[in-house]
Design a protein around this ligand. Structure first.
Ligand code: NAP
Ligand code: MG
Length: 500
């Protein structure tokens, strides 16, 4: 007997043949019969064969979502919508180990990380279930003669295309579906091709929870399927999370029928450490602001600005922390970092590691692919810290989406604001200091959607998250998120008061 927890078992969902699309409550093959493979990035081996949706399948899914929106779903009262979302939350809880396992196998996040997302997933569903019964218009006093009464109705925007990346397949699917359903919309979800499995399983659970057929449709496929959705005249709103480049495509594609659009895009977030900070907290804080999920987090604090007088010492401590992290088999409960999601992501990150070395950055930790026995067929990269980075190097300017920190020294508060903002992105930022004057000045100066002070990365269903600048627009989480799925109708009601 040992104390080491047993490795979790292979989910039953992986048994059987092709994983099918979910359209109108039915699990169906693509019209063309075509499929694609999703890969386990820890081994490079095929994990499952998945139906490949194309434009014709998107047409069917959008039509089903429209029928459901105008039909059964429109009969659901706010309390009914709340009840099914709460039931889905309970089913998520019951089935969470399987879902976490699917994400670990499909995109490589360690099993301890995917299982620890249980609380957030359930909390998101319960939070939006609550908001389903809190949708409110206003009564508005007007200045028109004749006693006309005016009020607003909040109405669901309609059919939502939710298009997601691979870095948090389950959580991101919930984050889109839950508010859309709470608002009374229906959804066609297009997960990323690299990690389609947990969203498909979530679709099954939606049906089991009593959500009517066609309210949630899941179409797996490539970028073409996303593009067909983005351009589709039957879609009323696109909720997109992904790269800035694809976000721009989406905005252009939305113009045909002037869809509502929200886009949560990339980042190159500054994380600013002052000498007066609690450095024992700031060292792991700075490291995990990037290394969590192997750096595949949009808000990762990849530009680590460190006050010059502690720069050398601090960077060395972060490098030591990086070296102490256990990278390996994501199914091993002692693993802290898994592989990157795909071979192409590995190639991209290795390109940046080579560029950094060529441009003159100093490698304080990592800097290489890991190919030791057991990891050689996977896409593993050592957690990497570069020092002597200058602002114009590619690693300081471009989103890498890998476990790579670029450490830059600074001297003044003004410089942290100016250099922190010197990027097209504006998603997140961190500040580590005990001085509240610095906190006030820098939080106001930074043009980012979130600022974390003496911490990095916490998220909560009630707290809005989203970008400034080219990190996108629209907010997810919080009551503002519901507004993305609602529209306002003003009603002018002229009564016959004179007849009374
Ligand atoms: P991506 O390449 O932009 O893909 C995102 C989704 O869009 C995928 O489902 C993709 O399908 C689909 N797609 C591709 N081309 C399309 C097109 N022309 N029209 C419509 N849809 C299309 O992003 P990714 O590589 O999966 O994810 C990494 C990026 O996401 C990073 O830049 C990261 O910063 C960003 N991200 C942002 C946030 C945030 O909240 N701000 C959160 C997570 C990730 P395929 O998978 O089939 O290509
Ligand atoms: Mg995969």
């Amino acid at each position: 007997m040992t104390d080491t927890p047993a490795k979790p078992t292979r989910p039953a969902f992986l048994n059987g043949s092709v994983k099918r699309l979910l359209i109108d409550g039915q699990q169906v093959l693509a019209e063309s019969g075509r499929t694609f493979h999703t890969i386990n990035p820890a081994t490079g081996q095929v994990l499952a064969e998945v139906a490949l949706a194309e434009a014709v399948d998107i047409d069917k899914a959008v039509a089903a979502a429209r029928r459901a929106f105008e039909g059964p779903w429109s009969k659901f009262t706010p309390f009914d919508r709340q009840a099914v979302l709460l039931r889905l939350a309970d089913l998520l809880d019951e089935n969470f180990d399987e879902l976490a396992m699917l994400d670990t196998l499909d995109m490589g996040a360690p099993i301890t990380a995917t299982t620890s997302r249980r609380r957030r997933g359930i909390a998101l569903l319960r939070y939006y279930a609550g908001l389903a019964t809190s949708i409110q218009g206003h009564t508005i006093g007007n200045s028109q003669p004749g006693g006309i009464f005016t009020y607003t109705l909040k109405e669901p925007v309609g059919v939502v295309a939710a298009i997601n990346p691979w870095n948090g397949p389950l959580g991101m699917a919930i984050w889109k579906i839950a508010p859309a359903l709470a608002a009374g919309c229906t959804v066609v979800l297009k997960p990323a091709e690299q990690a389609p499995l947990s969203p498909l399983r979530l679709g099954e659970l939606c049906l089991e929870a009593g959500i009517p057929s066609g309210v949630v449709n899941v179409v797996t496929g490539f970028g073409e399927a996303g593009a067909a959705l983005a351009a589709h005249p039957g879609v009323d709103k696109i909720a997109f999370t992904g790269s800035t480049e694809v976000g721009q495509h989406i905005v252009r594609a939305s113009a045909g029928n002037l869809k509502r659009v929200s886009v949560e895009l990339g980042g190159k977030s500054p994380n600013i450490v002052f000498a007066d900070a609690d450095l024992d907290a700031a060292v792991p804080g700075a490291a995990m602001a990037v290394f969590l999920n192997s750096g595949q987090i949009c808000s990762a604090g990849t530009r680590l600005f460190v006050e010059r007088k502690i720069y050398e010492e601090f960077v060395e401590r972060v490098a030591q922390f990086a070296r102490s992290l256990k990278v390996g088999d994501p199914l091993d409960p002692t693993t802290q970092l898994g592989p990157l999601v795909s071979e192409s992501q590995l190639t991209r990150v290795m390109g940046y590691l080579n560029a950094a070395q060529a441009e003159g950055a100093r490698t304080a930790a990592g800097g290489t692919r890991l190919t030791e026995t057991g990891l050689e067929n996977g896409y593993f990269v050592a957690p990497t810290v570069f020092s002597q980075v200058s602002d114009n190097m590619s690693i300081a300017r471009e989103e890498i989406f890998g476990p790579v920190i670029s450490a830059l020294p600074f001297d003044t508060i003004g410089e942290t604001i100016q250099r922190g903002n010197d990027t097209p992105f504006g998603l997140g930022a961190g500040i580590w200091t005990r001085d509240t004057d610095k906190v006030q000045q820098i939080t106001r100066g930074l043009r980012t959607g979130t600022v974390w002070v003496n911490c990095y990365g916490p998220m909560d269903p009630a707290v809005p998250f989203g970008g400034y600048k080219m990190s996108g627009y629209g907010r997810e989480s919080g009551t503002e998120h519901m507004d993305e799925f609602l529209q306002t109708k003003s009603v002018w009601l002229k009564g016959n008061a004179h007849q009374i």
